[in-house]
Design a binder for this molecule. Sequence first.
Ligand code: ADP
Ligand code: MG
Length: 140
Amino acid sequence: MAIERTFSIIKPDAVRRNLIGKILTKFEDAGLRPIALKKIHMTRARAEGFYGVHKDRPFFGELVEQMIASPVVVQVLEGEGAILKNRDVMGATNPANAAEGTIRKEFALSIGENSVHGSDAPETAAREIKFFFNDDELVG
Ligand code: ADP
Ligand code: MG
């Protein structure tokens, strides 16, 4: 399988509970390498733009409020089959359905406050990386 890059967010609920290190360990243990990362506090416009694909969903307003409530960590993860691997390590969107050992099973509070975001396909990974990082920030 090819080396890929994917985009990941450690969401406000997890950052507030001081779980950055525990979550990074899950990614690193799975062979995903953070090649760029930064802590930011998203503006409303940025969060609405990022989640634009969900703007007609009933949970959109709540999702944006949660994402701007406090800082997040945005990062680029690199590794073999990184896009699917990241989704595996994250677990299902609803923590009630997430497999044992996944981030969401262990840390998520609810379907909305589910601790991590991860790109779902190569095109979204490329778009989402560009949304938060300049090329010269991807230091490998
Ligand atoms: P994922 O993050 O697993 O890719 P989606 O792309 O479907 O999931 O949804 C984006 C985010 O929107 C989820 O991670 C979660 O924070 C929120 N969300 C999704 N579905 C719901 C829901 N039914 N109720 C509340 N929030 C939701
Ligand atoms: Mg998604």
